[in-house]
Design a protein around this ligand. Structure first.
Ligand SMILES: Nc1ncnc2c1ncn2[C@@H]1O[C@H](COP(=O)(O)OP(=O)(O)O)[C@@H](O)[C@H]1O
Ligand SMILES: [Mg+2]
Length: 283
């Protein structure tokens, strides 16, 4: 079953002279965790908006090609219906939290669906539990840390029971350690809930071992779509000014110099162990 398909999709914002996306095609299967990355302005957020129907329903423009989200056409499906299939977590959680308590924020979406009271309560309890923030339920968003706010934002999306979670640079406002914890948490969540995830991020080092596939974009087009190792060891990355994950770059270099032959390690702890064994072998 496909969660999302883009088929030769192009889009030009009204009033703009150039296409923000040009002939974009890709698929997300159910249960997949995909990283979408590329330089600023390459069209990543535009993909999110188009997937969820905000383009063209809130952002008009020249629209070509076809998108399907769980079989629905986001061009014409009510946004409220799409929101029950797919949810978007933004860069800045402050844009997503607007009531005076965590609990009220999470209840907001289900209340708008007109669900019966008992089901709203059940969904809020469930979302708090899944995201492991039950202890924060009566806090006000301004009392929370950046990482906690981002979890509340996720809980409020999960309360809509989506099958696809789209995250648009969710760790931009987090320090490196909080970002690392947050991305690992998302990976666990994906297994726990069996949902698909489309993650837009620049923190490639952390995500390399967690994702199934990487899509690399530049100037409104998809340049690469493959496994993390295929994409991260491609010379295309540097050509568009993106640094590959540091541990992968080190092993590519060691392999060029004849010190290593094999596939570069995807995760940092494993890379450290490998480096140690190489040092022992070469002293
Ligand atoms: N609301 C808008 N109106 C006009 N142009 C836009 C709008 N939003 C984004 N763009 C343009 O579309 C292109 C892609 O932007 P965006 O999808 O935000 O890129 P990214 O998320 O990869 O940084 C950029 O050239 C940007 O200037
Ligand atoms: Mg963006």
């Amino acid at each position: 079953m496909l969660a999302l398909t883009f088929n030769d999709f192009s889009f030009k914002y009204a009033g703009s002279t150039r296409f923000a996306l040009k002939d974009v095609s890709f698929k997300v299967s159910t249960g997949e965790f995909i990283l979408l990355t590329g330089p600023s302005g390459c069209g990543k957020s535009t993909i999110c908006r188009a997937a969820l129907g905000l383009i063209p329903q809130s952002y008009p423009g020249d629209y070509e090609g076809e998108i399907r989200i769980f079989g629905l056409d986001p061009k014409s499906t009510p946004i409220s219906l799409i929101a029950q299939k797919a949810g978007l977590v933004f860069q800045d959680p402050d844009n997503q939290l607007f009531t005076l308590s965590v609990e009220r924020d999470i209840a907001f979406g289900p209340e708008n669906l007109g669900l019966p009271k008992f089901e709203i309560v059940q969904r809020v309890d469930w979302a708090l539990h899944v995201v492991e923030i039950t202890h924060l339920r009566n806090k006000a968003p301004f009392e929370l840390s950046g990482g906690q706010k981002q979890r509340v934002a996720i809980a409020s999306i999960l309360a809509m029971r989506p099958s696809l979670l789209i995250l648009d640079e969710p760790t931009s406002f987090l320090d490196p350690l909080s970002a690392y914890k947050f991305l690992n948490f998302i990976s666990l969540l994906r297994h726990k809930l069996e949902i698909s995830i489309l993650m837009i991020e620049h923190r490639l080092d952390y995500l390399a071992p967690l994702v199934d596939r990487v899509i690399l974009m530049s100037e409104g087009q998809i340049l690469l779509d493959g496994s993390p190792i295929e994409v991260f060891s491609s010379p295309v990355l540097e050509r568009i000014g993106i640094s590959p994950p540091i541990h992968i770059a080190i092993f590519e270099r060691l392999s060029d110099l004849g010190y290593y032959n094999g596939v570069p390690p995807l995760d940092i702890p494993y890379a450290i162990e490998l480096l140690k064994s190489l040092v022992v072998k070469n002293v």
